[in-house]
Each structure stands twice: as structure tokens, then as C-alpha cells.
Design a protein around this ligand. Structure first.
Ligand code: PLP
Length: 372
């Protein structure tokens, strides 16, 4: 493809910092680069505490351990999301209760949540699709009223805001991804923001395999040992060194993505009068740009049309309530908006190295297809 859907963008300093980590002879996790990355996240996004993890999947699993889910506890989450949002809680034996998306946006419909709350509900997991915030005011109010935890799946939402807060910093816990398909990358990587202070100490213990090793290295205890359950959630210094190079260039990366996003939005606004939905121009981080076609058939033809011009575009999630793993466990409710996005949503190429000329070429090809 002339214009791929995604292309890894590197700043030039990744290999240098990895070489530095190697020459310092410290490769396992929780070293200097890890601390630098964690401090960066905490300062930039006003987070009380963050821990780097090996993925967002891992960060969500750590979150599920922190809220102490018991088998049979219920978790409310969108059906239109990545499998990790669900797996983290399924692994703890939780009952997954899928909620529908909004009619005009893939994000969780806050109004669809309350009727799903029961005696066993323990958490709500909003996913900020494309870095656009869910209705966090409504969700946090609901959570307060029913004493529920809120775990933000902010995998796609770094650098995006909601009111006066940054996404990932609104709920009790927030999980980020640095997977190679996200805005800021290190191959496989993630972070958990621990916004609810009483979780902080235990988070560090679970993160370090159930030991109080971190407290030991701070000199707070004179030996360390097994004090709780846990796992190896921390990434190596090699990943953190790569990530540090990306954090240093974060503004540049974001400016490049935002410029391409703006080309799409400006050129394709006219699709609205054809009843084709495009990603709204509300606060976002240029993680992706989507179009919602009027039918599955129209989407299939659009993808083929773009492909014939050497442009790669891709659809996104398949509703989890209809997945091979979950279909027989679902309670039968119809989630029509999630199904519509499953069938009709398509994403255009988006990466920091996408030139304005290429973004214009993509937008023109989409415009031609719809004759606008
Ligand atoms: C990418 C993504 C994940 C998983 O992130 P990893 O770092 O690959 O584990 C989870 N949820 C959403 C919404 C994502 O987009």
C-alpha cells in the first residue's frame, strides 16, 4: 500500500536511550527510565501515582486485582471495545454486563448503564473511543450513588482531556497503552494511573510480584518478602528507555497527528448531509479518524475503493456480546448501536508520519466515493 493504515513513528533517540540503559547495566524493571516515564505521566497529566506496565491489558488486569473482584461480581462495560477491556475482568471470574454505545458515538451510553446495575455490580469500565471522553460526569455520579469503582480504559486517550482533568485521571483507576498502534509507543507497553489514594501502596506490591520490594529500595523496610498476591506487571528498562524518547517528542508527535486529523475533518464535513457520520470535532487526541457508513455493504465498497487507490482503511471492533467466546453467555439484550459500529465504522490512515499531501489524497478519495 502506498498509504498504510498505521506506520510506526520513531523520534531517532529510541536506540540511543536503549544503548544507555544497556551501558548502565540495569535492564530489569523499575529503574531510572521507568521512574522518569512515571514522573513524566504524573506531572503532565496531574496524576497522583502511575506505574508503567507491560501493556494496557496488564494495567487493566492489575486494576481488576486492586478492586478485589470476586467470582460472580458484575462489571459493566461497552460491547464495542477491544477484548482486553473484558478479559481483565473475565479472568477474575466476574460476570460481564455489556452496555450499548451511544447512537451517534461508539462511547458507552451513560443512560444505558443505570438499568444494568444490580446488588452484585462492582465496577464500570468506560472506554474513551478515539481519545474522546465518555460522559464522565454522569458515570462518576452513578458510581458514587451506587458505590462502584470506575476504571477508565484510556488505552487510546493519552493527551486528551475531560473538563479540567486529563483522561485516565478521572476514574479511580485509568489504564493507558503504548502499543505500537497507539499515539505514543514502545512496542508493547502501558501504564496504570492510581487515582484513588488508598490503592497506591497495594498497587506497587501487586506490580512487584506481591512483594514489598519497592518499599525496601526506598529504605522503608529492612527486608522484602512475599506480602500479597501479585505478578510481574513491570516492563523492562529497555522498553522504558524507548518510551522516554517518545515522551520527549510528545508535542511534535501530537502536532503531526492533529494536522492530518484536521485535513480529514475539514474535507469530509460535507458527508453529514448525506447522513454519513464522521468523527465529531470535540476534544480528541488524533488517535484515529473514523467514518460511519450507512450500511455494511457501503463500508465494504468504500474500503475496496480506497484499496484500489493504494490506501489502506480498516474497520474496528466486533461487538463482544456476539463474539464466539461470549455469545452463549450474553443475556440476550440487543445492543443495536454497538452492532451498527461493528458493521459500518471504518478508520482512515492515521500516524505521525502521515504527510498533509497524503492525508489530502485519502480525504479526496473518500470524497470521490461519496461524491461530495
Ligand atoms: C489498544 C487497546 C487495549 C490494549 O492495549 P495493549 O497495550 O495492547 O494491551 C485495550 N483497550 C483499548 C480500548 C485499546 O484500544
Amino acid at each position: 500500500m502506498n498509504i498504510p493504515f498505521n506506520k510506526v513513528y520513531t523520534t531517532g533517540n529510541e536506540a540511543k536511550y536503549i544503548a544507555e540503559a544497556i551501558s548502565q547495566g540495569k535492564l530489569s524493571g523499575n529503574g531510572e527510565y521507568t521512574r522518569r516515564c512515571q514522573t513524566f505521566l504524573e506531572r503532565r497529566y496531574l496524576l497522583k501515582k502511575t506505574l508503567l506496565t507491560t501493556s494496557c491489558t496488564d494495567a487493566l488486569e492489575l486494576a481488576a486485582l486492586l478492586i478485589d473482584l470476586k467470582p460472580g461480581d458484575e462489571v459493566i462495560l461497552p460491547s464495542y471495545t477491544f477484548v482486553s477491556t473484558a478479559n481483565a475482568f473475565a479472568l477474575r471470574g466476574a460476570k460481564l454486563v455489556f452496555a450499548d454505545s451511544q447512537a451517534n458515538h461508539p462511547n458507552l451510553d451513560a443512560e444505558a448503564i443505570e438499568p444494568l446495575i444490580t446488588e452484585r455490580t462492582r465496577a464500570i469500565v468506560p472506554v474513551h473511543y478515539g481519545g474522546q471522553a465518555c460522559d464522565m460526569k454522569a458515570i462518576m455520579e452513578l458510581a458514587a450513588r451506587h458505590a462502584l469503582w470506575v476504571i477508565e480504559d484510556a488505552a487510546q486517550a493519552i493527551e486528551s482531556r475531560y473538563d479540567d482533568k486529563w483522561l485516565g485521571g478521572v476514574g479511580h483507576l485509568g489504564a493507558f497503552s503504548f502499543h505500537e498502534t497507539k499515539n505514543i509507543i514502545c512496542g508493547e507497553g502501558g501504564a496504570l494511573a492510581i487515582n484513588h489514594e488508598p490503592f497506591q501502596k497495594r498497587a506497587e506490591i501487586l506490580w512487584e510480584k506481591g512483594t514489598n520490594r519497592s518499599a525496601f529500595f526506598r529504605g522503608e523496610v529492612d527486608k522484602y518478602g512475599w506480602v500479597d498476591v501479585g505478578s510481574s506487571f513491570l516492563p523492562s528498562e529497555l522498553n522504558a528507555a524507548f518510551l522516554w524518547a517518545q515522551f520527549e517528542a510528545l508535542d511534535d508527535i501530537q502536532n503531526r497527528r492533529m494536522a492530518a486529523w484536521q485535513v480529514y475533518h475539514t474535507r469530509l464535513t460535507g458527508l453529514a448531509k448525506r447522513e454519513i457520520l464522521i468523527m465529531p470535532d470535540t476534544t480528541h487526541n488524533a488517535h484515529l479518524f473514523y467514518i460511519v457508513c450507512r450500511s455494511l455493504d457501503e463500508r465494504t465498497r468504500l474500503i475496496a475503493h480506497l484499496k484500489s487507490q493504494q490506501i489502506s482503511s480498516v474497520f474496528h471492533y466486533l461487538s463482544l456480546h456476539k463474539s464466539p467466546y461470549f455469545a452463549t453467555k450474553h443475556d440476550g439484550r440487543i445492543l443495536k448501536n454497538a452492532d451498527r459500529f461493528t458493521d459500518c465504522l471504518v478508520r482512515l490512515p492515521m500516524y505521525a508520519g502521515l504527510s498533509i499531501t497524503d492525508a489530502e489524497k485519502v480525504a479526496a478519495a473518500v470524497g470521490d466515493f461519496f461524491e461530495v
